[in-house]
Design a protein around this ligand. Sequence first.
Ligand code: GDR
Length: 342
Amino acid sequence: MSKTALITGTTGQDGSYLSELLLDKGYKVYGLIRRSSVDTTERIAHFQHHPRFELVEGDITDASCMHKLISGIKPDEVYNLAAMSHVGVSFDQPITTCHIDALGPLHILEAIRQSSPQSKFYQASTSELFGDTKIAPQSELTPMTPNSPYAIAKLYAHHLVGLYRRAYGIFACAGILFNHESPRRGGDFVTRKITKYVAMIENWMDTHDGLGFPRKYLDIPPLFLGNIEAKRDWSHAEDMVRGMWLMMQHSIPDDYVLGSGETHTVKEFLQLAFGSVGIDYKDYVVIDPKFYRPVDVNLLHADPSKAVNILGWKPIVGFGELVNRMVEHDYEILVDKKTRYV
Ligand code: GDR
């Protein structure tokens, strides 16, 4: 019989890629979606009517709802990818962030413990847990010193995973995922913000005989950014969801770092993205204090050797290819009116 999975956050970047992966593997996939008066299914539209995919309405902040869903479906695997995932926004909405990112996973784990203890559980932990650390690269053993309301809420959930494993014998894993991007990335994260802007300039140059004037000579607003010295370890989201699945197939539940093992500044991302269309980011980018966080995480650099050695996981898409794919996709959206997420 085919396995069943419940994915929260199914309409997001990771949820949409993971749904596709599990459908390809023959799973019946239940995708949790929050009630909304606007359509949020753009990323899943191309498989929404798959015979083994079913959208179920609910919200991880509602314990009774999660209990009813999990006791009814009794899924083989539950992947909690729902989150308030913007670190900057968590400084403005710390309580909402706590409800979703800390209490949400608790509701799911309690529902599993009480009504479906055989369900395996995956929690989306994050490299933001390392926060203020001076140690690099960061592995599962690196001390966690979170530096935002988002990361603190995620640390609570991260510890719950270990506790439910030890105290109740639940098969629970946490993936400590470093940054991961794709053409399905939300437009307010720094990578997609950059690639959308570069595609817009490229399109402008196309329609003006290839003239690549600096922005000040054009009627085009600048790209406003914050801290471009921050260092991140970027991978492609499709590589990451494969790692999530591998963790859930291993005989022993555990926590794993997933990341490329390379670190780059936001400035390097800018250089590559603007350079890919033959222009200099310095002519277009303006630093705006509005996009600085009260405190930032300055150096993220993954040591994924545990996942590589135990799970046989390794990322396929490198940094340069990731940047190029995102710029190209954003350009195709503009010129072909291509659907945004396929
Ligand atoms: P991050 O991703 O906070 O690392 O969390 P984000 O892309 O938001 O920021 C990366 C770095 O870029 C700097 N930055 C800006 N960031 C945004 N969003 N907008 C800007 O204009 C801008 N200018 C500079 C930031 O200060 C930061 O240093 C992501 C999220 O997906 C989390 O949910 C996830 O847990 C981690 O990655 C791993």
